[in-house]
Design a protein around this ligand. Structure first.
Ligand code: GLA
Length: 718
């Protein structure tokens, strides 16, 4: 970090962010590849008097570090305050830049292990408000963590109406914006928009980061500048991302929590601190993925989860609610015999839950089904497996003892009936007695069967966000998130080795906030490998393989009806935290042998598969083939996967190029499941590509869908 009279420069290992001071105003003048300290940065900003309020266009075009009404800038604002006199016009002047400790954010998770933190301090002297922007950098990733704090230093109460975590103003327009959108069982499909003039906005008010639109946002800069910008938010609630480009060829990016109808009272002396955002510049798309992955693995997911993640067998897709002790033990037998490490009993083990209409909230053992959870867990462990269980703590069924005893626990506006979804209501987690009740339930469950793993589900959206007239909408979402994080923290403080997998009807809460507590997420309820190829590609650009749960499911997908081969389902599951989710009790010996070999392969390459550097070489969104490679840090081992998503007769693509291998090294390449093995230099693998079409196992029986055909290459340095 370099702070001089005119410039403030913040460096990550490979990028620099530079601000220029104009008396009491600050401008962002550079964000890109790392540059030396000693340059003449005046060349980055020619408008010496940009802020002299002499020319309207200069003010409009200024690359500000934050914005609010009252400063002459007419774009979307990062900050809006209703002052004590009822007005909305503020003017914050830059006071100083200094090194600081990375701040804790009140009640919210944030990244750890920063190398240094810069704070920029501004004041609105008329209204006694102070604004502090924190930028933290790390030794091992180019990600920059940004958060903003507003402090009311006056004696008067004000009302905060919005405050973005991060504002980045950059030059140029015509940015290509990639967002990751979808719905249940179709999460994080890439969506592309090119923005010349006007605004692009995305976000959600569903009470979780949502299936609809992930907070991760990727921008490709116009060709003249090159490179990519990426953003994310360490937050699981309502969020909003906005990109605005002007005719002056400037672009503003705002990242933050949702702020619709937001009114947060801030008394004299009180402060508000936003969730933490992350921003990143990368020259190539792969840099974005790799640097984000490093940030998540190194600074978001707690270090104690860095080790192996067990291979799970989950009974949900095979059984639904229809299982009993015998069935679970039959699964456990098979799971152990193929080398799995964890058996997960999903929904349906508690209360009177035999369908989705009852019992959420009554977290008591249904002994008729389980034969007693304690002994069931022991029997599973006796087979050499860990025991896992599903819960959905934040919800309640109207048909439950909990609801009958405490209807007041439900989240609702008392003037209205709450909206029922999936036959369930949401609990008002902000009430301490609700959180205590849930902790008690989890404590009893832990005492009963000591699960090593919990799948923590959240199967509907929040539609009735209301705790009090002043705590509704997006303000409630914030408090709800804080209560959720506090509960997770309480559970994990008590049972620090518990592995929690987050789930929200699949991937409806896949974000950096939840990953601070739960190191892996059930990516999607969609288990069809053709769909998963897209869902996983969209996920992996933002989140590392170690966070992405991926299971081999049944031959005929229960949702799409598509029939696919085991080898192709295996190839997709290999991309993340591997598991099985179909009726393995019905498998023939041949299939069990194949599963055993697949799991052995996964275990052998687990470290590189989960933590290796990720190279998205070809995108499923841009062609008929996806090529992705994961490479160990020392480049001695790699796994490459090629997914053909469309078979065109008599027109082969022929060559498949890989990335990430050491040009100077020689590798032994084994085609998984086949005898074929060959040697090749890293340079050959990385550059010209291999003619591999002959090795795709073709199936012309018509039994299987031809929309997916995969090849897995295991690569070892000689
Ligand atoms: C959600 C999850 C599934 C399963 C069911 C149980 O849909 O995503 O994996 O746990 O709930 O009801």
């Amino acid at each position: 970090m370099q702070i001089t009279e005119r410039f403030i420069k913040l460096d990550t290992p490979r990028t620099s962010l530079i601000f220029r001071r104009y008396d009491e105003l600050l401008e962002t003048v550079y964000y890109g590849q790392r540059v030396p300290d000693a340059e003449d940065f005046d060349i980055l900003s020619s408008h010496k008097h940009k802020y002299a309020h002499s020319c309207i266009d200069d003010i409009v075009a200024a690359n500000m570090t934050f914005s609010c009404y009252g400063m002459g800038n007419d774009r979307k604002f990062s900050l809006s305050v209703k002052n004590h006199d009822g007005g909305y016009a503020n003017n914050f002047l830059f006071v100083r830049a200094e090194r600081a400790e990375k701040p804790d954010i009140d009640g919210l998770p944030s990244s750890d292990g920063a190398a240094e933190t810069l704070v920029l301090v501004y004041e609105d002297r008329v209204y006694g408000l102070e604004l502090r922007q924190y930028y933290s950098v790390f030794d091992d990733t180019d990600a920059v963590a940004v958060s903003t704090r507003l402090i009311n230093r006056s004696e008067h109460a004000v009302v905060l109406r919005s405050l973005a975590s991060c504002q980045l103003d950059v030059d140029g327009s015509g940015y290509e914006i990639f967002s990751y959108c979808g719905t249940w069982a179709r999460e994080r499909y890439r969506s592309r928009t090119v923005l010349h003039t006007g605004a692009f906005e995305q976000g959600t008010c569903r009470g979780s980061s949502s299936h609809a639109v992930n907070p991760f946002l990727l921008l490709r800069r116009p060709a003249r500048m090159g490179g990519y910008l990426a953003f994310n938010l360490v937050y699981s609630g309502n969020h909003r991302e906005c990109v605005e480009s002007t005719a002056m060829h400037t672009t503003r990016i705002l990242i933050g929590m949702g702020d619709s109808c937001l009114e947060i009272p801030l008394g004299g002396g009180e402060r508000f601190h936003t969730p933490e955002a992350v921003m990143l510049f990368g020259k190539h798309r792969r840099d974005i993925a790799q640097q984000m992955h490093r940030f998540v693995n190194g600074h978001i997911v707690p270090r104690r989860y860095r080790g192996e993640r067990p291979v799970a067998v989950n009974i949900w897709e095979a059984c639904g609610f229809d299982f009993d002790r015998e069935k679970v033990l039959a699964f456990a037998d098979r799971a152990a015999s193929v080398g799995a490490e964890l058996l997960v009993v999903d929904d349906g083990w508690f209360g009177r839950r035999n369908d989705p209409t009852s019992s959420l909230g009554d977290w008591t053992d249904n002994e008729q089904k389980t034969g007693g959870l304690r002994s069931l867990a022991e029997a599973v462990r006796a087979k050499g497996l860990r025991f896992g269980i599903w819960i959905e703590p934040e919800m309640v069924s109207p048909d439950s003892d909990l609801y009958r005893a405490h209807p007041e626990y439900v989240l609702r506006n008392p003037a209205r009936s709450p909206i029922l979804m999936r036959d369930q209501l949401v609990l008002d987690l902000v009430r301490p007695e609700v959180s205590d009740y849930l902790f008690g339930c989890i404590e009893r469950l832990m005492d009963l069967c000591s699960p090593e793993y919990i799948k923590w589900d959240f199967n509907r959206v929040i539609t009735d966000a209301y705790h009090a007239p002043t705590l509704a909408g997006d303000a409630y979402s914030l408090q709800y998130c804080k209560a959720l994080y506090a509960l997770l923290d309480r559970v994990l403080t008590r049972w620090p080795h518990l592995l929690i997998e987050s789930c929200a009807a699949g991937g409806g809460r896949y974000d950096l906030g939840i990953l601070r507590y739960t190191p892996q997420v059930w990516t999607s309820d969609m288990t069809d490998p053709v769909e998963r190829a897209h869902i996983q590609e969209g996920t992996l650009i933002a989140y590392p393989q170690s966070t992405m749960s991926a299971h081999v499911a049944s031959e005929v997908c229960v949702k799409t009806g598509r029939r696919t081969r085991l080898c192709d389902r295996f190839a997709l599951a290999l991309e993340g935290v591997f598991g099985l989710e179909y009726d393995i009790t019905q498998c023939r010996q041949e299939e069990l042998d194949e599963l055993r070999a697949q799991i052995a392969f996964y275990k052998n390459y687990r470290d590189v598969l989960l933590y290796g550097d990720y190279y998205p070489v070809e995108s499923a969104e841009e062609g008929e083939t996806a090529v992705r490679v994961v490479v160990s840090a020392d480049k001695s081992r790699a796994v490459a996967e090629i997914f053909k998503l469309k078979q065109v007769f008599n027109r082969e693509q022929n060559r498949y190029r890989l990335e990430g291998l050491n040009d100077e090294a020689t590798y032994r390449v084994r085609i998984y499941g086949q005898e074929r093995e060959f040697r090749a230099s890293g340079r050959l693998l990385n550059s010209y590509g291999l003619e591999l079409d002959a090795y795709f196992l073709k199936d012309r029986s018509g039994v299987y869908s031809n929309e997916i055909n995969t090849l897995v290459l295991a690569i070892e340095r000689c």
